[in-house]
Design a protein around this ligand. Sequence first.
Ligand SMILES: O=C(O)c1ccccc1NCC(=O)[C@H](O)[C@H](O)COP(=O)(O)O
Length: 208
Amino acid sequence: MRTRVKICGFTRVEDAVHAAHAGVDAIGLVFYPPSPRHVAIHQALQIVRALPAFVSVVALFVDAPETSIREVLRQLPIDCLQFHGNESAEACRMYNTRYIKAVSMQADTDISALATHYHDATGLLLDTYHPAAKGGTGHQFDWSLIPKQHPLPIILAGGLDSTNARLAIQTVKPYALDASSGVESAKGIKDPLKVSAFLQAINYGDKS
Ligand SMILES: O=C(O)c1ccccc1NCC(=O)[C@H](O)[C@H](O)COP(=O)(O)O
């Protein structure tokens, strides 16, 4: 099975359209006001309307109030929610929408226990722990922390780009790769060349 690709943190229509035509499977929209990649609903709507068919839209939240999440779901055609904070399984599953649970990877992170707790998630997104940032750090974590047997599909994130995508696929064998900083020219601005190079590296990784 080929490795799926999600690119997170689009703020501009043209960047998302380019990524879609380059072959990305999912685009992530950050609804977290402290992030430099945060999008307002009207901005997100423009991005989503410009996308071709069969590209999934993932809405990312960090410990957001239920009303904010419901408002995004009311106004936008969201395929999947991504919870990037300390949301409980009950909080993640209350929207009747598929969800991904992000996990900040540390030495004692128990993936099996988390997979049991979030058993109805469509995947666990494993990201780099940072004491001061919730995500989008551009830093890789120690992939040896990931068990060989994955109880849920693994979406690998954290400091991925065209230079390490192939090794990531060979080492972790994830369901998908997720990148943000590594395909940017500035925060929230995706670089078309870096996006294309990332997708090419993944295609190459899948074949080798
Ligand atoms: O991107 C952000 O600014 C962000 C802020 C707060 C929580 C999560 C955030 N991004 C989540 C993602 O899915 C990123 O793609 C993931 O953290 C990997 O980022 P990077 O290491 O920059 O590739």
